[in-house]
Design a protein around this ligand. Structure first.
Ligand SMILES: NC(=O)c1ccc[n+]([C@@H]2O[C@H](COP(=O)([O-])OP(=O)(O)OC[C@H]3O[C@@H](n4cnc5c(N)ncnc54)[C@H](O)[C@@H]3O)[C@@H](O)[C@H]2O)c1
Length: 344
């Protein structure tokens, strides 16, 4: 890799969304140099990047975004012409148990990146040209009642330590845009689903528990609502926002697929009933739905998220194209193949 050539810095690219994004991006821009910095926490793995790891224009550094020396050295050593910042601790339940890593990686890590980028780009006289894209979540807006949607002007109202750390990071990014005229954009998306998500998250948990004949845990009454966005659609939106949004813009990215958790669980079970009848029989189940078990609710569980992404559709012409039914089916099939089920 020629370190003088303009290079896109991606953080957290060994995780779920980051790895889908890098794979998509490197196919679409085969000549662009891309550097991925990832700490490889329990949530990240180099296996997620098998498709790109041998490309000459892809480079990986195993490191922590909160490590100021390392991040400064990266900006010194490479010609970083933009940052897309995914790296974060991302699981709400873990943040409820202990928020320390969430503040360190999500807040301090974002600040270290912003400062290193700003300092390098000021030195080179390119501050306003180079872009810092902060990847965020609709969870920063808090929780909705039965109606309404979050738009880009909805005030932040985070309700758990994860969303509080993401809101803090966004506010730092926004402040660097206003204070120093850094070219910052922030995109907040709804719940992503698709291949390569860590097993602790709702959809992979439902699939793995079902396939092993264990109870499928669903919080509370199962009626918490999330809007679901296929990760491939998210990657396309990020590409458009990174390349085309005006400085300081904020965009919401939604899937227009509001579903209760129990609806998602039942849908997955129906697909598994159809594609894995032998496993269903092995566990003497009428349907995988028999395994669904309601558990004590998550502390401070946000009731409903829904995203208004009219602005993104109008300004950049993006639209989510993957219907939930086919997206969920593809996702289930991907996990079934990945876990190479033993024949019953
Ligand atoms: N998954 C979703 O539904 C969703 C929705 C909206 C926004 N987001 C945001 O998108 C981003 C990616 O989410 P994800 O689901 O892919 O997360 P993930 O947990 O699957 O991956 C996070 C990646 O970041 C890396 N990482 C964590 N701390 C790091 C640190 N200090 N230094 C370097 N690397 C570090 C991990 O090793 C991992 O590879 C996050 O910022 C998250 O807040 C996620």
């Amino acid at each position: 890799m020629n370190k003088h050539q303009p290079t896109l810095l991606v953080t957290g690219g060994a995780g779920f969304i980051g790895s889908n994004f890098i794979t998509y991006f490197m196919k679409k821009y085969p000549d662009k140099l891309l550097l991925n910095v990832d700490k490889l926490t329990y949530a990240g793995t180099k296996e997620n990047l098998n498709e790109v790891e041998n490309l000459k224009n892809y480079h990986f550094i195993h490191g922590d975004i909160a490590d100021e020396q390392l991040i400064k050295a990266i900006f010194n050593d490479y010609n970083i012409d933009g940052v897309i910042h995914f790296a974060a601790e991302s699981h709400v339940d873990r943040s409820i148990k202990d928020a320390t890593e969430f503040v360190r990686s999500n807040v301090l890590g974002t600040m270290v990146l912003l400062q290193a980028a700003r300092s390098d780009w000021v030195k080179k006289g390119v501050l306003t040209e180079r872009r810092f894209h902060q990847i965020s979540t609709d969870e920063v807006y808090g929780s909705l009642g039965e109606t309404g949607k979050f738009n880009e002007t909805t005030p932040y109202d985070p309700r758990n330590p994860y969303s509080a750390s993401k809101a803090s990071a966004n506010m730092l990014a926004k402040s660097f845009g206003y204070t120093y005229e850094m070219n910052v954009v922030i995109s907040s998306s709804s719940n992503n689903y698709g291949p390569r998500q860590h097993e602790e998250k709702l959809i992979p948990t439902i699939i793995s528990k079902a396939l092993s004949g264990e109870s499928i845990p669903i919080y509370g009454d199962g009626k918490n609502i999330r809007d679901w966005l296929y990760v491939g659609d998210h990657c396309i939106a990020l590409d458009q926002i990174y390349h085309r949004a005006a400085p300081q813009e904020i965009y919401n990215i939604g899937g227009n697929n509001e579903k209760t958790n129990i609806e998602i669980a039942e849908k997955i079970c129906e697909i598994l009933d159809e594609i894995e009848p032998d496993i269903k029989e092995k566990f003497s189940l009428t349907s995988f739905k028999d395994l669904i078990t309601y558990t004590e609710d998550r502390l401070g569980h946000d009731r409903r998220y829904a995203v208004d992404d009219t602005k993104l559709r109008k300004d950049l012409g993006w639209d989510a194209t993957e219907p939930l039914a086919s997206g969920i089916r593809k996702t289930v099939e991907w996990y079934v193949n990945k876990w190479k089920l033993p024949t019953p």
